[in-house]
Design a protein around this ligand. Structure first.
Ligand SMILES: Nc1ncnc2c1ncn2[C@@H]1O[C@H](COP(=O)(O)OP(=O)(O)OP(=O)(O)O)[C@@H](O)[C@H]1O
Length: 203
């Protein structure tokens, strides 16, 4: 169980973005996180996955140097998450070895490996980013608006196999999304970011 307790974050301009946010994530369980734009959902996700340091609070993981974080973040814009001058093979190998069965699970044909990111569609490149996340064998994944820029068919396709994969591997998944109907459909539970600030959110 991932326990995040009383996390507060201060922006560089000294303004407090949020205070005392708490959340529990369980492996094999899918939780949706909704909330108005600018509340701090992405910032919170970056803290849980180890990209940013909180001003105060506790998270019960240990991030070790030279080891991938047990909580992996998948970003909204795949083209901003990869080096545009690297071929897909190098981008993939940066995260881990080539795993043929995982490539197949992510529906990544080997012919893509020799291409550059600009030679893939947004949905195809997002699959590469999801592969990079899964190859590190995370215990938890945070998917931050990962299908917002995709058409409905590509969206449905990604959710169908990603949800099947995380359920099968007992990975905890948090889906951050503005589309509450989609969250209701995909998740075991849907929480509003504001409600995480209540002291009762975690036992
Ligand atoms: N490094 C920074 N310097 C200044 N302001 C920042 C910084 N990082 C985030 N912010 C501000 O913090 C607020 C929260 O940003 P964040 O992206 O976490 O919100 P969000 O809830 O994920 O929004 P959205 O739903 O639109 O993605 C925004 O107003 C943003 O401009």
């Amino acid at each position: 169980m991932l326990k995040v307790k009383n996390i507060s974050y201060r922006l560089p301009n000294q303004h407090m973005l949020f205070e005392k946010v708490s959340l529990t994530m369980k492996q094999g369980y899918i939780v949706g996180l909704s909330g108005d734009s600018g509340l701090g959902k992405t910032t919170f996700a970056k803290i849980i996955s180890g990209y940013l340091q909180a001003e105060e609070g506790e998270i019960n993981w240990q991030i070790r140097k030279h080891e991938p974080s047990p909580v992996q973040l998948i970003w909204q814009h795949p083209e901003q998450a990869v080096n545009p001058r690297w071929r897909i093979e190098k981008i993939i190998k940066e995260a881990g070895e080539l795993d043929q069965s995982l490539l197949a699970a992510c529906n990544i044909p080997t012919e893509w490996l020799h291409r550059y990111p600009s030679q893939l569609s947004g949905g195809q490149l997002q699959r590469v980013c999801i592969y990079r996340c899964l190859v590190t064998k995370p215990s938890y994944i945070i998917a931050d608006e990962i299908t917002t820029m995709l058409d409905p068919v590509a969206q449905a396709d990604i959710w169908k196999w990603l949800i099947h994969y995380v359920r099968n591997k007992q990975i905890g998944l948090m889906i951050i999304c503005h589309d509450e109907l989609l969250l209701e459909k995909l998740c075991d539970d849907v929480i509003h970011f504001r409600d995480l600030m209540k002291p009762t959110a975690v036992d």
